[in-house]
Design a protein around this ligand. Structure first.
Ligand code: ASP
Ligand code: MG
Length: 419
């Protein structure tokens, strides 16, 4: 069995949706679990609906939702003839659920409503895809992943209940529906013990695919993207970016951590733990080799360059000239942990501490405020973190020489440069 994941860009037009059929047919000898994201920018559009609703702008929320609804119905109509009525009925149920919610007044916290609304993108895309493929002769079964993936109620960044989800997924596979050769389901979403929808964090569909691959001990996971392969740098920024044919889990998790938009960082652990190979392939041309990611040690990787924009540097100095010691560190880590803030780069000195973090303005000012009890705090914004793995003198010359660092760190294989 193989697990496939198709992201939003692979289903963002009629043409691209139709392109999925031939890819699935190519693998018709295999049993496939296919995880799909919301179409194109649907998740962003649904976020706007949730925001408007929570701000009390019911009419705006309903209008924005109406647009999403019309778009999806139009796509379904263009894709199908006889299958359209059934598809429309299923879509209507999803729409109604949200419209009911939007007519209420918010009484719970924002993250809860966010998940109830935003989870819809994946339900709509998979519903349309499944009906379309069935009409096109590619027989498949649609499954509501909220019946399979159980999470806690940490809405917007929910944690998986592995035991429960494993039992559900394995049970499904023993049912007639689980025996069909193509199962289609949603990435990114799950449900809590109370059957409320939850989401796993933006771009979380890769993670869902890895969860399925892990639980089903799949032969491999293939993430279908609009690029030929994983590149050593963002080709939109660096014209000399090259494809990397073979990578390992460590390298990918490092790249994702430093900010490369390759694969969701949570994806690697479930695969690594069961030794499941990850392929990154191009849905625009499935004959391209793509990138193979496995456990092996790889020699001779090219320098890998990652830019993480939108950084802040928080400099903290002890007010009474005491050394930055254990208790300062403990308190600071405690603060960051409770605020869900993750340092990207950190350096300690005799009486000062420097931390680079993603700029989340509200959280950063809360951190600065809280830390000002212990330290004198300075915040510098608008910075970029450049990370070079496997750097060479030439890459340093090319990328670093003309920049002025506010903080810099270098280990045997990684150079980080905040500017
Ligand atoms: N649709 C979700 C998002 O845009 C999940 C995903 O695409 O992986 O974040
Ligand atoms: Mg996506």
């Amino acid at each position: 069995m193989k697990v496939f994941k198709f992201g939003g860009a692979s289903v963002n037009s009629i043409e691209r949706i139709k392109n999925l059929g031939p890819i699935l047919v190519e693998f018709k000898a295999e049993k496939l679990v296919v995880i799909i994201s919301a179409m194109g920018k649907t998740t962003n559009a649904l976020e706007k609906v949730a925001e408007a609703f929570f701000a009390g702008n019911k009419d705006l929320a309903l209008n924005l939702f109406h647009d999403i609804k019309t778009n999806h119905l139009a796509i379904a109509q263009q894709l199908m003839t006889k299958g359209f009525t059934d598809c429309e009925m299923q879509l209507a149920d999803f729409f109604t659920e949200i419209e009911w919610l939007l007519h209420d007044k918010p009484v719970r916290d924002y993250d809860y409503y966010y998940d109830q609304v935003v989870c819809l993108g994946e339900l709509l895309s998979t519903c349309i895809l499944s009906h379309y493929l069935n009409e096109a002769g590619i027989s498949n079964k649609w499954v509501d992943v909220r019946d399979l993936i159980r999470t806690d109620n940490n809405f917007r960044d929910a944690n998986i209940n592995w035991e429960f989800s494993t039992e559900k997924i394995l049970h499904l596979m023993n049912q007639p529906i689980g025996q069909s050769s193509i199962l289609i389901t949603q990435g990114f979403i799950g449900a809590t013990d109370d059957n409320e929808s939850s989401t796993l964090g933006r771009e979380g569909s890769d993670y869902t695919a890895a969860i399925f691959a892990n639980i089903l001990e799949a032969e491999s996971l293939t993430i279908w993207k609009d690029v030929a392969a994983v590149m050593n740098a963002d080709p939109k920024v660096f014209q000399d970016a090259v494809s990397i044919p073979v990578l390992n889990y460590t390298e990918v998790i490092e790249m994702a951590y430093y900010g490369a938009q390759v694969i969701h960082p949570k994806t690697i652990k479930p695969l690594q733990n069961k030794g499941i190979p990850l392929h990154v392939k191009c849905f625009l041309d499935s004959s391209l080799a793509g990138t193979q990611i496995q456990n092996n040690h790889i020699k001779d990787l090219p320098p890998i360059i990652v830019l993480k924009p939108n950084q802040v540097l928080v400099t903290m100095t002890t007010t009474d000239f005491s050394f930055v010691g254990d208790h300062h560190m403990r308190e600071l880590y405690g603060l960051m942990e409770t605020m869900h803030l993750k340092p990207n780069l950190m350096q300690t000195g005799a009486i000062s501490l420097m931390i680079s973090l993603d700029d989340q303005p509200e959280k950063i000012s809360r951190l600065a405020q809280a830390a000002s009890g212990i330290f004198e705090v300075q915040v510098e914004k608008g910075l970029t973190l450049l990370t070079i793995r496997h750097y060479t003198p030439a890459t340093i010359e090319q990328h670093v020489a003309d920049k002025i660092a506010v903080l810099q760190q270098q280990s045997r294989d990684t150079l980080q440069f905040l500017y």
